[in-house]
Design a protein around this ligand. Structure first.
Ligand code: PMP
Length: 390
């Protein structure tokens, strides 16, 4: 038997992060590695009630096949929850926003198509686009997000720009109001569509982030949202809002992929939303994550200020971004950190080109505040032990 694999299969590789998660799942390791929400926030009782109500009132419909577009009341509530005028007919419920990335890759990318991404960017998007064999081009980015001039200089012929304006994965940074305005204007000038991925936007700590890019030009953007970070990722429930021009193709791609997103899950979440549960629940996640961020920032200050290590102060989300003293390599440090009982994700895989090996991503939400203190101390110890060696 000879299995000949399609060329696109060469682009399908394991996520480095999922591999690291295996290491950090070892007992006793404090992990800042995963992009996992805090399981303490999962609203078990509310789910128990909502699941029971769905089974009791609509059980047979909930367990049947259903429309590929999604459960109508959920589409309506998603549309109503967004801060610009959205027609529910433009909302496609997806199996996580990861599926939206996969569908967009399938309908927008040919072999060699230019796709612009932030530097660094979400690894899972690179993974979703890779089988379509795009020419991924990194756009320079700083603490305020995408460098709009660099974007414009690379825009020619690009199929789309993939942008993460709020509490970005991996860096935790947020795009400023001025950048958003400029970026949308330049995207319109150059005719480059924007794919705006916003799974973390509701997790702000002090003030909400500026309005989404899509709100400023809905015809030129696809917007991706998710219930993973505000309810539970195991639901695999996300959505996209797309212009009429491409919505039907996304729908057809979804039909081919999974027919529809689990109907039962959609109805359970629709029930929760109907009762106003999310408005009560999300503030409790914000408060918890803010306390965890503050604990990590204080621990970094205490343990690393003298080590020539730098980090940012994200205004929401789950991640912060650390740069080791130049010359150090976070990937090489990782096994030693694990020996000392702490794990993180090295920054390099998040770069589409020219990685910065001194960077790492730390999640502040998976570990408890007590663990954060112990874990950051262990990380500082590892850095000290290897600083001379480099
Ligand atoms: N986009 C970004 C930026 C993410 O960080 C994640 C989750 N790690 C996803 C999309 C996928 O999320 P989900 O499929 O759970 O909605």
């Amino acid at each position: 038997m000879a299995w000949t694999q399609a060329r696109r299969a060469l682009g399908m590789n394991p996520s480095v992060i999922r591999e690291i998660l295996k290491i950090s799942a070892k007992p006793g390791i404090i992990s800042f590695a995963g992009g996992w929400p805090s399981a303490a926030t999962f609203p078990l009782e509310a789910f128990e009630e909502s699941c029971a109500a769905v089974l009791r009132d609509d059980g047979r419909a909930a367990l049947q096949y259903s429309a590929s577009e999604g459960f109508e009341p959920l589409r309506e509530m998603v549309a109503a929850s967004l801060p610009w005028q959205v027609n529910p007919a433009d909302v496609l419920i997806t199996t996580g926003s990861q599926q939206a990335l996969d569908l967009l890759g399938k309908i927008l990318i040919d072999e060699g198509s230019r796709v612009l991404v932030e530097t660094p960017t979400y690894l899972g998007a690179l993974q979703a686009f890779a089988p379509m064999e795009p020419d991924i081009v990194g756009v320079n980015s700083d603490a305020d997000g995408i460098d709009v001039r660099d974007f414009a200089s690379k825009a020619d012929g690009a199929r789309f720009l993939y942008a993460l304006p709020n509490f970005q994965n991996p860096t935790g940074r947020t795009m400023s109001e001025a950048r958003r305005r400029d970026l949308v204007a330049r995207a319109q000038d150059t005719g480059v569509p924007i794919v705006e991925d916003n799974p973390y936007g509701d997790l702000w700590f002090d003030v909400p982030p500026p309005a989404p890019l899509t709100a400023r030009n809905p015809e030129g953007c696809v917007y991706l949202g998710s219930f993973s970070k505000v309810l539970a990722p195991g639901l695999r429930l996300g959505y996209l809002v797309a212009p009429r021009e491409i919505f039907p193709k996304l729908l057809h791609a979804k039909q081919a992929s999974d027919l529809h997103t689990p109907n039962f899950n959609q109805r359970v979440v629709a029930r929760l939303m109907e009762s106003g549960f999310l408005e009560r629940h999300i503030p409790s996640i914000r408060a918890l994550y803010k306390a965890q961020r503050d604990t990590m920032l204080a621990a970094l200050q205490r343990e690393m200020a003298r080590l020539d290590v730098t980090w940012n102060e994200p205004a929401g989300g789950m991640f912060l971004w650390v740069r080791l003293p130049s010359g150090m390599d976070a990937g090489r440090l990782l096994p030693h950190a694990v020996d000392n009982g702490v794990a993180f994700v090295a920054g390099s895989p998040f770069f589409s080109n020219a990685p910065d090996p001194a960077t790492m991503r730390l999640s502040f939400v998976t570990a408890s505040v007590e663990q954060i203190d112990v874990g950051i101390a262990a990380l500082a110890k590892t850095i000290r032990e290897h600083q001379g060696a480099k």
